[in-house]
Ligand binder design. Structure first.
Ligand code: PFF
Length: 469
């Protein structure tokens, strides 16, 4: 264990923190959601605006979250409480972190179900590799209809999904229970470099497959007429999901950072790495999809349906398919570890539990909700827990967890963070933590006080009343 100035377990180095935070940020959002959103929202125009959003909204909020945590050196709720007390503000502000803890737990529950799907595809490509060999194509002997049936077949099988979910949660809790420097940091320090090697390897391989320039044109040709209101809002939402903001995650990770670290610099590095991965993921996935003559599709279908078809027609497809899903698994695991750490740190601080106990309880509860999510695709698909609210009508447990967090809790959490840091907290505390000086400091303050709250309010309004657009 490496102790921070407050005596708690903490990151062993600045690099350890940056890798862990990049691990938290880089996940299914970069690999699945970003390419799918870019495809659905006009390609280049979306991508350009997304980059603006990272710089002007994501980055300032990431700095705000990490500085609250670093100042508090405690769980997210304790850190906000401390800063509110020192700023003579109401302790009710603590609820902004409480909401984040709840959101992280809810996202954890369905994120691990998707992690289980990734394990299933790893299994498919491993057995495929044994059958067709390293140089063989993937899923040999299967017709396109057979391949198309894989994903719906999995969604029909609640028991299998629940079992795979349990395995993914077990791997996650293994790292969380081992602590910050001995578990979470170790996972990130090994898995993130391996992830980058696989991502670059597959991208370079795909680039030689032929459709690279088509993908570049698709992602980077900006047609400004496509920059409409809904496209801009989709870009803000994506920027912010991808950086893991609004769920107290960066507050929790920030609380393990030592005083000597410049948070403005690390926030910039984390945002840069996350954005680069999203762009490279686009340049990895689209050439493969286009080379196979397939069209891009939104949502989870891009990864779990379109890509397996593409791997079938690719040389060494079973090997590349396996490498691809292992890479996705690594990214999903470092994100699920960050999601589990938030409620675990909270329970340790709130109830004085040991790390092992707190992590065990969080994992068990996430499994219960995960099992309900898995069965919401089949046995209990008619159960709509929030069906009485028009926004969540017709949504089963899995979909409801996803949309409540993405459309409501995350933007509300980030909005409250911006207001708290920009308007409520004592300015001297903020200035002593943020690592900024001069004009950059003024600019950051302007963004946190004005642009971030306005943009987040717009996301909330459109999320709740889609008909306004
Ligand atoms: N940023 C993650 C991704 O892009 O997949 C998703 C996520 C992880 C959101 C952790 C929130 C979080 F706390």
């Amino acid at each position: 264990m490496v102790a921070t100035s407050s005596g708690r377990d903490g990151w062993s180095s600045r690099t350890g923190f940056v890798l862990a935070a990049v691990g938290a940020a880089v996940g299914l959002g970069n690999l699945v959601r970003f390419p799918a959103e870019a495809a659905a929202n006009g390609g280049g125009a979306f991508v350009l605006f997304y980059i603006f959003c990272i710089l002007l909204i994501g980055l300032p909020i990431m700095l705000s979250e990490t500085l609250i945590g670093r100042h508090g050196q405690a769980s997210a709720t304790e850190s906000v409480k401390k800063m509110a007390a020192e700023s003579k503000a109401s302790s009710a502000w603590t609820s902004l972190a409480g909401l984040g803890v709840l959101s992280a737990f809810m996202i954890l529950a369905f994120y691990c179900v998707i992690g289980g799907w990734v394990l299933y595809y790893i299994g498919i490509f491993v057995s495929d590799l044994f059958q067709s060999g390293v140089t063989g194509g993937a899923l040999v002997g299967m017709t396109p209809d057979d391949i198309k049936a894989i994903f719906p077949g999995l969604l029909e099988n609640g028991g299998l999904m629940a079992g795979l979910d349990a395995v993914f949660i077990l791997v996650t809790v293994y790292f969380v229970a081992r602590g910050v420097s001995g578990g979470i940091e170790v996972a990130s320090v090994w898995l993130m470099p391996a992830f980058f090697v696989l991502l670059l390897g597959i991208t370079i391989y795909g680039a030689f497959g032929g459709a690279f320039s088509e993908a570049v044109t698709y992602l980077f040709t900006v047609d400004f007429s496509k920059l409409t209101g809904p496209v801009m809002l989709a870009a803000i939402g994506q920027a912010f999901f991808s950086l893991s903001l609004g769920v107290a995650g960066m507050m929790t990770y920030g609380s393990y950072v030592g005083r000597d670290v410049n948070l403005a610099k690390t926030s910039t590095m984390i945002s840069f790495a996350d954005t680069s991965v999203a762009l490279i993921a686009g340049l990895c996935i689209f050439p493969i999809v286009f080379a196979a003559g397939l069209s891009s599709e939104g949502g989870l279908g891009l990864m779990f349906d379109v890509l397996p078809h593409a791997f079938q027609s690719m040389p060494a497809g079973s090997l590349i398919g396996l490498a691809f899903f292992v890479m996705v698994g690594f990214a999903a695991l470092t994100s699920s570890v960050s999601l589990m750490e938030v409620p675990t740190a909270w329970a340790m601080g709130k109830f004085g539990l040991s790390r092992h106990k707190a992590a065990g309880i969080v994992a068990s509860l996430a499994l219960v909700l995960g099992i309900a999510s898995a069965y919401s695709f089949n046995a209990i698909s008619g159960f709509h827990p929030l069906g009485f609210i028009p926004l969540f009508e017709g949504q089963g447990v899995f979909d409801a967890l996803d949309s409540v967090t993405a459309k409501l809790f995350m933007p509300i959490g980030a909005l409250l963070t911006a207001i708290f840091v920009g308007w409520v907290a004592d300015r001297r505390l903020i200035d002593s933590e943020n690592g900024l000086t001069g004009g950059l400091h003024q600019f950051w303050r302007f963004l946190v006080r004005w642009l971030c709250p306005l943009a987040l309010t717009a996301i909330l309004i459109v999320g709740i009343f889609p008909s306004v657009l």
